[in-house]
Design a protein around this ligand. Structure first.
Ligand code: ZN
Length: 315
C-alpha cells in the first residue's frame, strides 16, 4: 500500500495520504515519474488506498482485504488502464473508456482510470478527455503518468494536480540492471521478458561497439542492430536504454554512484575516451532523435543518422 512508499516518496506520500484521510482527493492527477523505477507500483498502491474500504479504519495499512486482493489480481472492474496503442494513445481508446464508464453502474465508491505515458496523448485524443477532466465527477479519479511533464500538452497539465516522484536512490535497491531497465521500459512494451532482455542486451552491445569503432559501425549496422530492433516501439525502448547507459557513464565520470548499471570494463573504457561534455552531448542527441521517432520519422536510416550525429559529421 501507499505506506510502503513513505520513505522513498516522502513528499508525494504525505500529500496523497492527507488527501485520502480527509476525503479531499483531486479528480485528476498528473504524476511525473521521473527516474523513479517503481512508478507503476506506486500508482497501484495509490489506487488501492483510494478504493480500499478499510482505508479509514486502518490508518497504517491494508492491502489484505478482498477488494485489495482483487485489485492486485488485475481484475477489478472499476479500474481502467490506458496505454498507447502503437505510438499514440488513440482517441477511440478514450471514447470507449467514457462509453464504458457512462453505461456501467458503479460497484464500489470510485472509478479510476490510469493513462500511462500521458505525453503520448496527441491533440485529438487529448481533446476527447478534456471534458472528462473539466467536469469533475466525485466518483471518478484520473491518474495520468508521464516520464517528462514538458512533453505533455498544456491543456492537460492545467487541468491536473501535478505530483513529482523523487528519483530512485538505486544504491538501496537490490534490483539488477535488467530489472531496473525493465521497470523503466516495461510500462511501454508488451514484450515478453526474455525478448525485452535481448533487446536491452543488443542495445548495450551496439553502444559498446560504436564506442570502439565509431563511424565504421555503420558498415555493420545490419548485424548489430537491424536484426534485433525492428519496429518503432523497440526503437523507443532501445533509445531509452542508450540514454540510461550514457547517463550512468556520466555518473561514473562525475564520481557519483551508478543508478542502473553495474560498473564494468565497458563503462570504464567509454568513460576513458569521452569527457563529461561529450557524454552530455551524446545524451542530448539520442534524446532528440528519440523524440523524432514518436513523430513517425522513417527508422530505416535512423541509426546511420544517429552514428553520424554522435560523430559530429552531421548536426
Ligand atoms: Zn484493502
Amino acid at each position: 500500500m501507499l505506506d510502503g512508499y513513505k520513505n522513498s516518496q516522502p513528499i508525494v506520500y504525505k500529500i496523497l495520504k492527507n488527501a485520502i484521510l480527509n476525503d479531499k482527493c483531486s479528480h485528476a492527477y498528473l504524476i511525473e515519474t521521473g527516474g523513479f523505477y517503481d512508478s507503476m507500483g506506486f500508482t497501484m498502491a495509490f489506487v488501492k488506498s483510494l478504493l480500499c474500504p478499510q482505508k479509514k479504519l486502518n490508518k497504517e495499512n491494508c492491502g489484505n482485504c478482498h477488494q485489495c486482493e482483487v485489485i492486485d489480481s488485475g481484475n477489478f472492474p472499476e479500474i481502467e488502464i490506458i496505454k498507447p496503442e502503437g505510438l499514440w494513445i488513440k482517441k477511440e481508446q478514450l471514447q470507449n473508456l467514457q462509453k464504458e464508464f457512462n453505461t456501467k453502474a458503479l460497484i464500489g465508491n470510485k472509478r479510476i482510470y490510469i493513462i500511462t505515458q500521458a505525453d503520448r496523448l496527441n491533440k485529438s485524443s487529448a481533446n476527447s478527455i478534456l471534458k472528462f477532466l473539466e467536469e469533475p465527477d466525485n466518483n471518478l479519479v484520473a491518474i495520468l503518468l508521464t516520464d517528462n511533464i514538458y512533453n505533455v500538452l498544456p491543456t492537460i497539465i492545467s487541468r491536473c494536480q501535478i505530483l513529482k516522484l523523487k528519483a530512485t536512490n538505486i544504491s538501496k535497491e537490490a534490483l539488477n540492471e535488467y530489472q531496473k531497465l525493465k521497470q523503466i521500459t516495461a510500462s511501454k512494451s508488451n514484450l515478453e521478458d526474455d525478448i525485452l532482455n535481448q533487446k536491452i542486451e543488443k542495445t548495450i552491445d551496439f553502444v559498446n561497439y560504436y564506442e570502439k569503432y565509431h563511424l565504421n559501425t555503420i558498415l555493420y549496422i545490419n548485424k548489430l542492430w537491424n536484426e534485433y530492433i525492428t519496429n518503432k516501439e523497440e526503437y523507443l525502448i532501445s533509445f531509452e536504454v542508450m540514454i540510461n547507459y550514457y547517463k550512468d557513464i556520466l555518473n561514473y565520470l562525475l564520481n557519483k554512484p551508478l543508478e542502473i548499471f553495474e560498473l564494468n570494463d565497458n563503462i570504464k573504457s567509454i568513460a576513458k575516451t569521452n569527457n563529461i561534455e561529450e557524454i552530455c552531448m551524446k545524451i542530448n542527441k539520442i534524446s532528440s532523435l528519440k523524440d523524432l521517432i514518436k513523430y513517425n520519422i522513417n527508422t530505416s536510416l535512423l541509426m546511420d543518422k544517429l552514428i553520424m550525429s554522435l560523430e559530429g559529421v552531421i548536426k
